[in-house]
Unconditional design. Structure first.
Length: 136
């Protein structure tokens, strides 16, 4: 079961019939997210495999995983916001059990993102999983 915040995004997407409205909603989620501190925009936090510039700053707190992130592309920033609702505050040991592909499939993202964006999204998920696995 996904987090209540992710379930809220799913409900919002069900309400929005048009993909352009959904796309705008993802962008709005990104705009609402706090920007990543410039001090964390370093090579160690950069996600490779994305067409855009993407940084993820993981934090393990009391056995729970969370991350902050940023991108120079608004849609990618929105995708980071969506991933945060999916993964943040999950026990580190449970991050690998989240089927991100299935959960994001509920939003129809795979059908509407370009191949480059889909590859970038996959790279972000792999990075999240790898960091959590290393911490576990």
């Amino acid at each position: 079961m996904a987090s209540p915040a992710f379930e809220e995004i799913v409900e919002d997407f069900e309400f929005l019939d048009d993909w352009e409205d959904r796309y705008r909603h993802v962008i709005e989620l990104g705009k609402a997210m706090e920007p990543l501190d410039e001090a964390f925009k370093v090579p160690a936090n950069k996600v490779h495999g994305c067409a855009s510039q993407v940084w993820l700053q993981p934090v393990i707190d009391n056995g729970n995983f969370r991350f902050d992130g940023d991108s120079d592309a608004m849609i990618v920033r929105g995708l980071i916001a969506v991933l945060r609702t999916l993964y943040n505050d999950t026990p580190v040991s449970g991050v690998g059990a989240i089927d991100a592909r299935a959960e994001l499939g509920r939003l129809g993202l795979h059908d509407h993102l370009s191949a480059q964006r889909s590859n970038g999204l996959r790279a972000m998920i792999e990075r999240i999983r790898a960091v959590a696995a290393e911490a576990a």
